[in-house]
Design a protein around this ligand. Sequence first.
Ligand SMILES: Nc1ncnc2c1ncn2[C@@H]1O[C@H](COP(=O)(O)OP(=O)(O)O)[C@@H](O)[C@H]1O
Ligand SMILES: Nc1ccn([C@H]2C[C@H](O)[C@@H](COP(=O)(O)OP(=O)(O)O)O2)c(=O)n1
Length: 307
Amino acid sequence: MIKLLMLRHRAFCRAFSTSVRTKPFQVAIDGPAASGKSTTAKLVAQRLGFDYIDTGAFYRCITFATLSKGIDPSDSNNNHQISDIAERSVIQLQTVFAEPPPAFNNGQPSSSLSTRSFLLPTTRVFLNSKDVSSDIRTGIVSKHVSAVAAIGNVREAVLQKVRNLGATDAHVKGPNDSKNDNNNSNSGLAAKLSTPKGLVMDGRDIGTVVLPHADLKVFLVADSRVRAERRLQELIMNAADSTELQGQLDVEAVQKDLERRDELDRTRKVSPLRKAEDAMELDTSNLTIEEQVDAIVQEALHRQRQC
Ligand SMILES: Nc1ncnc2c1ncn2[C@@H]1O[C@H](COP(=O)(O)OP(=O)(O)O)[C@@H](O)[C@H]1O
Ligand SMILES: Nc1ccn([C@H]2C[C@H](O)[C@@H](COP(=O)(O)OP(=O)(O)O)O2)c(=O)n1
């Protein structure tokens, strides 16, 4: 099977090398909740000097907008209204990388990996021009997001948005440049497709539906207890006050919620969570963040060299 994949990849590279590379190198990262996708994807993008798109943020924005209007996402009678919200919502992402991308060093960090890679890039999310970066990460949004993401018309709307994306390319910005962060360039995916750079996108159906021809597909997994412990730490660190954490302080409860969400994501009819046939699986349970980022960066560099 691996041999077949390698042969297919080589054939693709041979066909590709005769023409000028017109699309960016695409890295697709999928996996269950809290497996490390977004943390890893942002750092991989930073190391390689690529753009980053968090597709989960789109479903979270639509869920937040739905709840804000007092609409219950768990009632399927509301699917039409929720699809309407999805179509009308203007969602923009803005990733601010902590330092100039180390692509200048051929993707390799010039000093020790541990000091440089932990300057984690931050992604701000705008819904109809309002910064909702924190609002979309609350427990109530997490509770309902899988139901919203299972609605076919919502997925269709998100697919269109991702394709016409007006994400700001905020690369090569220092941590002190945030005051200029609202200068959205609205470059659009069309412009991105004409750049020779690359793109890292994470979600549930990136390798299977959104970027089926991605140059590198990764499926991240981790033991559900480990994922719950990591997610709980994250919730504690990000909570503005303890009232936000009601009902989430228990690792068992967080684990149950992750497992419930994974089950919904895996069993839905449209674009379910699954590993693409040609994806590389990486279990992060016993890896450090540096190790998982490094494994993907090395593989991406290897494939870039082959092409
Ligand atoms: N190898 C790792 N070791 C320790 N913590 C990790 C590791 N990978 C990810 N994390 C942490 O786990 C949490 C969930 O990761 P995240 O990237 O948000 O997952 P996802 O995007 O898949 O939901 C984050 O707080 C992240 O910093
Ligand atoms: N491409 C995607 C991305 C996310 N989703 C759904 C499935 C997830 O439960 C929600 C939220 O995704 P997100 O990646 O933000 O969730 P986690 O941070 O992993 O908990 O959206 C999806 O169906 N397809």
